[in-house]
Ligand binder design. Structure first.
Ligand code: AFP
Length: 335
């Protein structure tokens, strides 16, 4: 029965296919899953204990930090530093690279994460998630990790995934060999394989975008939204927007369609709101491995080399044909 395959079994099976595997990657995942269970435990108690609302701080992104953002970040930084297989981390909540202290064993993996994406939804009990990207240090690099080492284009990721704290808690990940989804069975505390080999529909009529930003968009962004609003192969389009990227992406992955965060005049012409390293790049890796696509309008997301840890990009991600329609609009092919 596929529902009885645990995530650890699944990972071990995949690792067996890689004869040079050392077990470090499985160890990293094991600790990451433990962090997600701890975050899940806190998120599911929100409203009962004093973890709702803001800390009063503003983070490096200029956004209000929620108490659960901070807690999730602390859980990940504390546990993952002790995993013994990382040399550095980067978090949406920290301005700089977090280097693993010399007090702990180090490995050559680097972990980038958004500890609690969509956190402005927490106070109203709507889905949130943790997004992660796993990179490897280039051979021959030793000593203190330099920031530049984390600025890799998405196509170099070793693995990427997310935990979705929703009606149930899920893990979706890829190592470049298919995209697999696991659901947490709280009665046994295990993630069980529930969505093997996810394939995103080739085309879909659901579009997900913050349409309140319409006045801030240029003509091309408006044309993209209009294209999907008009149905894109169906009599009419269907709009869905949670405002938490993990939740909107997860629906797009399973049901097809497109998620868009176009550039707007508030953020700057060619920039987007979403962070490249901890949002766009990992989700693009998942989308492509599920048969979908992701672009910033003109460039494949996975080919972009970020210029800083907190670089932002426009994002159009989802079903292949929907994303191709966006590319045609941005190239001027579709007027
Ligand atoms: P928060 O983590 O601050 O809630 O930001 C969420 C997010 O980065 C992403 O998850 C959403 O898709 C996007 O912002 C929503 O942005 P808008 O509120 O501008 O639509």
């Amino acid at each position: 029965m596929s529902s009885e395959v645990t995530v650890t079994e699944h990972l071990l099976l995949q690792q067996k296919r890689a004869p040079q595997a050392t077990g470090h990657f499985t160890a990293l995942f094991h600790d990451l899953i433990l962090c997600a269970k701890l975050i899940h435990r806190s998120v599911s108690k929100a409203g009962l204990v004093d973890i709702l609302g803001g800390t009063g701080e503003i983070n490096v992104q200029g956004e209000y930090v929620q108490k659960l953002d901070e807690l999730s970040n602390r859980i990940l930084l504390y546990r993952m530093e002790r995993s013994g297989v990382l040399c550095a981390m980067a978090s949406e909540e920290n301005p700089d690279v977090v280097r693993v202290s010399a007090a702990f064993p180090r490995g050559d993996y680097m972990l980038i994460f958004d500890p609690l994406d969509g956190s402005s939804n927490i106070d109203v009990n709507i889905d949130v998630g943790t997004i992660f990207s796993i990179l490897r240090r280039k051979p021959g690099k030793t000593g203190e990790v330099e920031t530049e080492e984390l600025l890799q284009p998405g196509c170099e990721q070793v693995a990427a995934g997310y935990f979705l704290y929703g009606t149930s808690t899920m893990l979706v990940y890829t190592t470049g060999q298919g995209v697999h989804g696991f659901t947490l069975d709280p009665s046994i505390g295990e993630f069980l394989l529930s969505h093997p080999d996810i394939r995103i529909p080739e085309q879909g009529n659901i579009y997900s975008v913050n349409e309140g930003n319409w006045p801030l968009w240029d003509a091309r962004a408006r044309q993209c939204v209009e294209t999907f609003r008009n149905g894109f192969g169906k009599p009419q389009g269907c709009s869905r927007y949670v405002g938490a990227l993990v939740a909107d992406f997860h629906r797009t992955l399973l049901n097809g369609g497109i998620y868009m965060y176009p550039p707007d005049s508030r953020i700057g012409k060619s920039r987007g709101k979403l962070r490249y390293l901890c949002e766009a790049s990992p989700l693009a890796f998942i989308a492509e491995n599920a048969g979908g696509a992701a672009t910033d309008g003109t460039q494949r997301i996975l080919d972009i080399k970020p210029t800083s840890l907190h670089a932002r990009v426009p994002l159009f991600i989802g079903s292949r044909k929907n994303v191709e329609a966006v590319q045609r609009i941005y190239s001027g092919e579709t007027k």
